[in-house]
Design a binder for this molecule. Structure first.
Ligand code: PLP
Length: 443
């Protein structure tokens, strides 16, 4: 309560802006994920690893636009590329050279030969699923219970942490996330638990028997919306083998992991290549971007016009210029070495605090992503997150951070994203704030 009051005091300007915004902006925000009680924090500007809100509070940014700003704010290389492109025309709905250079770069990084563009993560997963359905001639989609893949109907199923009754492991329920999603669509999406390849295969066999063989399995190779849940050793390899054996398209949704956890995303970091990947967020250096990569075979349905993978703004020149600069000039091998160094520093720092104060939790992360999971037991899937994660402590940690100049994603399910402009100083600020929290809750 004290921390909450303190934050309200510090962010009065945001409160005023929220009152005004609610008159003409539905709910006072541009996207429901920006909501927060009693009001969201309205930002004014960002530079490198820092952001400033409308009250002038200066904060280290560990939110980084839900993981989009791996480059840090206002990166000069991206700014220059965008300005140069702007001076030559912003949009043609015709291809430019940057679009093919980016595809070549992504092919090299991911080891998947064929690429297309979209404007967001949701568009990427929507199109990838359509391609998988067309390629296999099937309708059913398999996903991981709890995972978020964007806001189109097929994937707004069995996500979030609100459900209490989810069914048993072999028969997890298809549950709509919010209204407006037709039940017929919901029932076409079948969830299975993360880190349990046997349960996945049992469900596939049952679906086969029912004449509902899945077109695809769409999954994050490391779950990034229950904090961070890493794949257990061998799990991704097993999933790869099972999906291949059953002729199911394996889609790695790398909207969050892609580029953030390594130059070739989770695909290269974990060494398992899916049939398709979907990307967005950190790809565009802050501009709305998205991409789909796939094998020759799967992407053939795009090339033979079975699937119309289209969009007025796909491959937009301004975006492509930003993506190219991002890939060629910002996300270099040195940048990844720096991210790994920062990640080790933050994880080690938080782990030391946890041990010193005997906190019920652990620090987990990979590449530019990580979090402290307040749970006495290791979280491996949705069920264990729901059972063990301490929501109250997570909320308190968020308030503590915000009151001490650490800008973080709201909600108990999110994680931090580092940027290439973060420094040891930024990491130490995070860790010392975490130590203050530890002191307060153990006092
Ligand atoms: N896939 C994953 C794994 C995501 O985390 C998100 C967004 O958080 C999306 C897809 C949707 O991306 P967007 O919000 O750009 O539509």
């Amino acid at each position: 309560e004290i921390e909450s009051k303190r934050l309200n005091e510090r962010t009065k300007g945001s409160g005023d802006m929220y009152s005004r915004a609610r008159i003409s902006l539905s709910g006072g925000v541009a996207s429901s994920y920006q909501l927060r009680d009693p009001w969201p924090i309205y930002l004014e500007r960002g530079q490198g690893p820092k952001v400033w809100d409308v009250d002038g509070n200066e904060m280290w940014d560990f939110h980084n636009g839900f993981g989009s700003m791996l480059q840090g704010h206002a990166h000069p290389a991206i700014g220059e590329a965008v300005q140069a492109r702007y001076a030559q025309g912003t949009h043609f709905a015709a291809p430019t050279e940057d679009a093919l250079v980016v595809a070549e770069n992504l092919s090299d990084r991911w080891g998947l030969p064929k690429w297309r563009y979209t404007n967001s993560g949701s568009e990427s997963t929507m199109d990838a699923i359509r391609i998988a359905r067309a390629y296999t001639g099937r309708d059913t989609v398999m996903k991981i219970f709890g995972s978020y893949h964007g806001h189109h109907d097929t994937v707004m199923v069995s996500i979030g942490v609100e459900y209490d009754k989810i069914g048993d492991r072999d028969n997890l329920a298809s549950l709509p996330y919010g209204g407006g999603i037709p039940d017929a669509t919901v029932q076409m999406t079948v969830p299975v638990p993360f880190n349990d390849a046997e349960a996945m295969e049992r469900r596939i066999i049952r679906l086969n028997d029912e004449g509902r063989k899945p077109a695809c399995v769409i999954m994050e190779p490391a779950m990034m919306n229950l904090g961070v849940v890493l794949p257990e050793p061998g799990y991704l390899e097993q999933v790869r083998e099972i999906t291949r054996r059953h002729g199911i398209v394996l889609i790695f949704d790398e909207v969050k992991t892609g580029l953030c956890i390594g130059p070739g995303g989770a695909t290269k970091r974990f060494g398992v290549t899916p049939d398709m990947v979907t990307m967005a967020k950190a790809l565009g250096g802050g501009l709305p971007s998205g991409a789909i990569g796939g094998t020759e075979e799967v992407m053939s349905v795009v090339e033979d016009h079975t699937v119309f993978q289209v969009g007025t703004y796909n491959g937009n020149p301004l975006v492509m210029a930003a993506v190219r600069a991002n890939l060629e000039e910002v996300l270099t091998p040195d940048a990844y070495a720096h991210l790994d160094h920062l990640n080790e520093r933050i994880l080690t720092g938080c782990t030391e605090v946890i041990e010193r104060y005997g906190l019920p939790g652990y620090a987990v992360g990979v590449g530019g992503k990580g979090c402290v999971t307040f749970s006495p037991k290791k979280v491996v899937d949705y069920e264990s997150f729901k059972e063990h994660q301490n929501a109250q402590l997570s909320e308190l940690a968020w308030l503590f951070n915000m009151n001490r100049g650490i800008f973080m994603t709201p909600g108990r399910e999110e994680e931090w994203t580092l940027s290439v402009t973060h420094t040891d100083e930024a990491i130490d600020a995070y860790v010392s704030c975490f130590e203050e929290l530890a002191e307060a809750i153990t006092a």
